[in-house]
Ligand binder design. Structure first.
Ligand code: ZN
Length: 101
């Protein structure tokens, strides 16, 4: 997956930005990093918004990537624990779906 890194201060982000929120400069480099990471925090969703009702229950997890200083919001099956090693399973409708390694 792609991570954008600021040339001015090494701020890293999953989304392209016009101006760095940290140093206010505007040059970003795209870097391809491994999708592997560690679960930083998570929430189990039992009652989902209408568009996700069909797949509930599920977990929304914040994953700290191994190769970048970035946390990714992901959707996972229930049973996740903080500290679990996880990786990208697939991307669905722009959402990152992760699974255990
Ligand atoms: Zn910066």
């Amino acid at each position: 997956m792609n991570v954008f890194t600021c040339n001015g201060c090494d701020y890293q982000s999953m989304t392209a930005k016009y101006v760095c929120p940290k140093c206010r400069q505007g040059k970003f480099e795209t870097r391809e990093v491994s999708s592997k990471g560690t679960v930083y925090s998570f929430t189990d969703i039992h009652i989902a918004p209408a568009e996700f009702a069909g797949i509930a229950p599920y977990t929304v997890a914040l994953v700290q990537l191994d190769e970048a200083n970035v946390k990714v919001t992901t959707r996972m099956a229930l049973g996740v624990q903080i500290g679990d090693c996880v990786e990208l399973d697939r991307i669905e409708d722009g959402a990152f779906l992760y699974k255990g390694v």
